[in-house]
Design a protein. Structure first.
Length: 708
């Protein structure tokens, strides 16, 4: 193996290790991964002439030392590895699984990061040993394996996929270029490099595109943090007891915030089986930051939360949490924005993203019908299914507000000591349909709790095609105490629905807010924005369904032509087709061309044999000029062993057919093509890389002469 090939295969492993960048961040990986690859290269060069038998052991020892010094330095004493270092290396073998149980980017804790340089070390060792014992391309497999492992975590897309593919293509070409390649033969390899890079780019990008719109496969989808050993009580089940006279005045937590906050959430529930509301989305260990899928601009806000009398693993959170500090091993359910911790912190700091939108944005927003868990319902009682508050209007945010108004105007919130309980079908039927004696308008209906309001809203919304879920938490006070802290009590506990808004994610509503709460909307909060939108929504019968503009090929109203929509899948399908055409079509065209030359009669068949011999040698890089004779070509091809015999046969046949003055017999034709077959046999002894490149060479298909 050459030094260039060693660098190439180690570069492939380096690329694979850095492909874990989206999981941990490149700044946390480049040093340990780069150190392992560099140590492997240095050891390989030292052992090129000495200690060859010791090379694998030295690579392992040097690589492990690099891992300890760059990732596990806290386990060393003055930089010297200890028994704790060895234990940490052993624990690192399971770090890949712990990482799957975290949001990404994960926290750069040593026990999580260490598995990446360990995987890199194994790949480096295999790559070097395979390069010394197998064809060069086989030595590329360990690096490709590391890249493949990284793609199982987060599939590369966009420019990331292009950069990975370009790097792989260049590495592959550097690995395959023969030693001592002459400058006149560089051009075919440049063409090969371009096609190789294009092929790998197409392959990687196509692998991240799903024709039916699904996200790429990820191992994280089948992993979740270890569930608590004891089943925890749902905050929804605790709601009634919190509102009881005995507990309603107890302080649950306090907070200070950078901006106004209208509510704090504990848990989001989107699975309804007819009697209970639950969720089955996995909890993940909270990484260094939780990402967001919203497409609107957001601003970062923060709060310091001090827990008082709030038991259980659920921590007060916000809709789009970003980071949390002061909590041991925090876990998050990203879809529901639910925070929990096995240990109860005294206080913690939470940051979150707040969408920077106004009421007009909400009024023009569409509904996200693809939101997870937002539309499913069990068998619906016909009495509830017959309720038609939206009069068949199409699902929009305006109709979501109209449904909220319907519940506000036609139902009342239960107050007092004996509050109704339950939120399954029997309780919802009683709440939505039963009447109480006396009263007028809304007071004729049975009163309900905020949980029943929220559950009824979610059911009716889903029946009308509006994705919705139920959330439990606390309503925030409008003003702080004298010490600057906002104080929340059990009496502030309530439930509310959220609807999925396109580009915005989940947005809270409050169908029970009008009922004897005595709460004031917090200025500048999400509630304040919703209130402005609510005031602009007309009665349901006056809401207009959004118009779907007809598609035309003539352009828009301003005369701007409509450009054809090009599918990325189609683009890469065409690219893959062109690649396949090159790999299969070029050898096929050359085969057909040789057959046509062979079928010519008389001297034309001999001239065809000469053209075939010339084109085959040109494909191997032999310089061919217009005035060359067969013997001139034989002299130019001296660097290709065993080709002289076949060319001599072709030369004799050409002399007899063109210069003897006699007829070109079948024997002369056979002599010429026998020479071509001998030439082919000699060329089959060339290295397989040369043969592969020659079979796909394109110049001879477009360079024509009289003898062709």
């Amino acid at each position: 193996m050459s030094r260039r090939q060693t660098i190439a295969v180690l570069a492939a492993v380096l690329v694979g290790g850095l492909c874990f960048g989206p999981v941990f961040g490149l700044r946390n990986l480049w040093l340990p991964v780069g150190s392992v690859c560099l140590i492997t290269l240095v050891v390989t060069e030292i052992c090129r002439h000495w200690f060859v038998a010791w090379r694998p052991i030295l690579i392992v020892l040097g690589g492990l030392l690099a891992v300890v010094e760059t990732v596990l330095r806290a386990t060393t004493v003055a930089g010297v590895p200890t028994a704790a270092s060895i234990r940490a290396l052993g624990d690192g073998l399971t770090g890949w699984r712990l990482t799957l149980e975290s949001t990404w980017p994960a926290r750069p804790d040593p026990e999580l990061v260490v598995f990446v340089p360990l995987l890199t070390l194994i790949a480096c060792l295999l790559a070097v040993e395979l390069l010394d014992r197998a064809p060069p391309l086989v030595a590329l497999i360990p690096g490709l394996g590391v890249i493949g492992a990284s793609q199982l975590y987060i599939a590369a897309d966009g420019w990331g996929a292009v950069l990975i593919a370009a790097a792989l293509g260049l590495i592959m070409v550097a690995l395959l270029i023969p030693e001592n390649l002459e400058s006149r033969r560089i051009a075919p390899w440049v063409a090969t490099a371009v096609v190789t890079v294009a092929a790998i780019v197409c392959g990687l990008v196509v692998s991240t595109i799903d024709p039916i719109g699904r996200t790429p496969y990820s191992l994280q989808k089948v992993q979740s943090a270890t569930a608590p050993g004891v089943r925890q009580t749902s905050p929804l089940d605790e709601l009634a007891s919190r509102l009881s006279a005995r507990e309603r005045d107890e302080v649950v937590f306090k907070y200070t915030a950078s901006k106004p906050v209208d509510r704090w959430r504990q848990v989001a529930l989107d699975d309804f089986d007819g009697s209970n509301w639950t969720t089955d989305h996995p909890f993940l260990r909270m990484g260094s930051e939780v990402g967001s899928d919203v497409t609107v601009p957001t601003s970062l806000e923060s709060a310091n939360v001090r827990l008082e009398d709030l038991d259980g693993p659920w921590l007060p959170s916000q809709l789009l949490p970003a980071t949390v500090s002061g909590v041991t091993d925090p876990q998050v359910e990203p879809i529901g924005a639910t925070l929990m911790s096995s240990g109860r912190p005294d206080d913690y700091t939470l940051t979150w993203r707040k969408p920077d939108i106004d009421a007009q944005y909400l009024l023009n927003a569409g509904i996200d019908g693809d939101a997870p868990g937002g539309l499913e319902l069990p068998a619906v009682p016909p009495e509830i299914a017959s309720i038609d508050p939206l009069q068949g209007k199409r699902a929009t945010f305006a109709t979501a507000i109209a449904l909220e108004k319907y519940l506000r105007q036609n139902y009342t919130v239960a107050v007092g000591e004996n509050l109704p309980t339950g939120y399954g079908w029997p309780q919802l039927k009683s709440f939505l349909l039963d009447e109480k004696p006396g009263g007028a308008q809304a007071e004729t209906k049975q009163p309900g709790t905020s949980a029943q309001f929220a559950a009824a809203y979610v059911v009716l919304a889903r029946l009308n095609g509006i994705p919705a879920r139920l959330v439990v938490g606390f309503r925030a006070p409008a003003k702080p105490d004298a010490d600057g802290y906002y104080t929340l009590r059990n009496s502030d506990a309530f439930a509310w629905p959220e609807v999925a808004v396109e580009g915005l994610g989940w947005w809270p509503l409050d169908p029970a807010e009008d009922a004897a709460t005595g709460k004031t909307t917090v200025a500048g909060s999400i509630d304040d924005i919703t209130s402005q939108a609510r005031a602009a929504v007309p009665p349901v019968e006056k809401i207009k369904d959004p118009e779907v503009p007809p598609q035309t090929d003539r352009g828009d109203d301003k005369g701007t032509p409509i450009l054809p929509r090009i599918s990325l899948t189609a683009v890469f399908a065409v690219s893959a087709g062109l690649l396949l055409l090159w790999l299969v079509g070029v050898p096929l065209v050359k085969f057909v061309r040789a057959a046509r030359r062979r079928r010519r009669g008389g001297s034309a068949a001999v001239v065809g044999a000469w053209a075939e011999a010339r084109d085959r040698l040109r494909a191997y890089g032999v310089p061919v000029t217009a005035g060359m004779t067969v013997r001139d070509l034989a002299d130019a091809a001296k660097e290709l062993p065993d080709t002289a015999g076949g060319l001599t046969r072709v030369a004799r046949a050409v002399d007899q057919a063109l210069w003897s003055g006699g007829a070109t017999t079948a024997d002369v034709q056979n002599e010429a093509w026998t020479g071509v077959r001998e030439l082919q046999k000699a060329l089959r002894g060339r290295p397989w890389v040369d043969r592969f490149q020659a079979s796909l060479e394109l110049r001879t298909l477009f360079t024509r002469s009289r003898s062709a």
